[in-house]
Design a protein around this ligand. Structure first.
Ligand SMILES: Nc1nc(=O)[nH]c2c1ncn2[C@H]1C[C@H](O)[C@@H](COP(=O)(O)OP(=O)(O)O)O1
Length: 215
């Protein structure tokens, strides 16, 4: 006989099958049948990209690019563009899909050059991270890039994408500058961008008065 304090019986959740419901050129919809932690068989509607490569770890990259110039504040290079699924402009870090056989680092430098015209240097990369796990298996790696803005090739950067607007936001006022843009026009900010801004606001916060220390 089980006692009330006995732990619940649990199962390691796992996928039983994935059935294709619909497929387009870029995305597909599947019905995922899985066993949940209580041992019940359930289903989930899952969106996947059709472009995922077998030998790459993530679907795409996001790029946190810091433009460093003499006598200027360090600025984060942002892009504004119309996104059809949202029907409006978004404020995002530069980003893009990883090509066949390409590393996250190489994809980041390529996408940064295409979208903004800047030539950067990779200084860090995250592990594979998920983007919207309740909807899709889409993953990204965020690549941190420094740009030497004094370098002759970065003084007048020429982007290759006509409909992407490049916006430079100072790192030390990042969140308030994003808020200003949101006030001015109908624009949706990527959650990664806003969370980055909140982190920067904490990092740059300087209390006006020293807190009174308790004894
Ligand atoms: N879900 C998509 N639907 C489309 O109709 N087209 C799509 C989707 N995802 C990507 N693309 C196309 C658009 C571009 O021509 C290429 C490459 O996009 P990329 O620049 O790598 O990524 P984003 O900047 O994030 O669009 O794929």
């Amino acid at each position: 006989m089980s006692k009330p304090e006995d732990p619940k019986v649990t199962t390691t959740p796992h996928i039983l099958k994935e059935e294709l419901l619909a497929e387009g050129k870029w995305v597909k919809l599947e019905q995922t049948t899985y066993v949940d932690p209580a041992g019940n068989t359930r289903t989930w509607e899952t969106v996947k990209r059709t472009t995922r490569r077998t030998n790459t770890e993530a679907d795409g990259v996001g790029i946190i690019a810091l433009l460093k110039r003499t006598l200027h504040k360090d600025c984060v290079v942002m892009v504004k563009q119309f996104r059809p699924p949202l029907g409006c402009n978004t404020l995002e870090f530069p980003a893009g899909l990883i090509d066949e056989g390409e590393t996250a680092e190489a994809a980041a430098l390529r996408e940064l050059k295409e979208e903004t015209g800047y030539k950067g240097e990779v200084v860090g990369v995250t592990p594979v991270t998920c983007l919207d796990p309740g909807l899709s298996n889409c993953t990204t790696q965020i690549v941190l890039v420094n740009i030497n803005g004094d370098d002759v090739q970065n003084i007048h950067p020429t982007q290759q994408l006509e409909f992407v607007e490049v916006i430079l936001l100072p790192l030390d006022e990042f969140q308030s500058k994003v808020d200003d843009l949101l006030q001015k026009e109908k624009i949706i900010v990527d959650s990664k961008v806003y969370i980055f801004g909140m982190g920067m606001a904490q990092a740059f916060f300087k209390p006006r008065e020293l807190p009174v220390l308790k004894q």
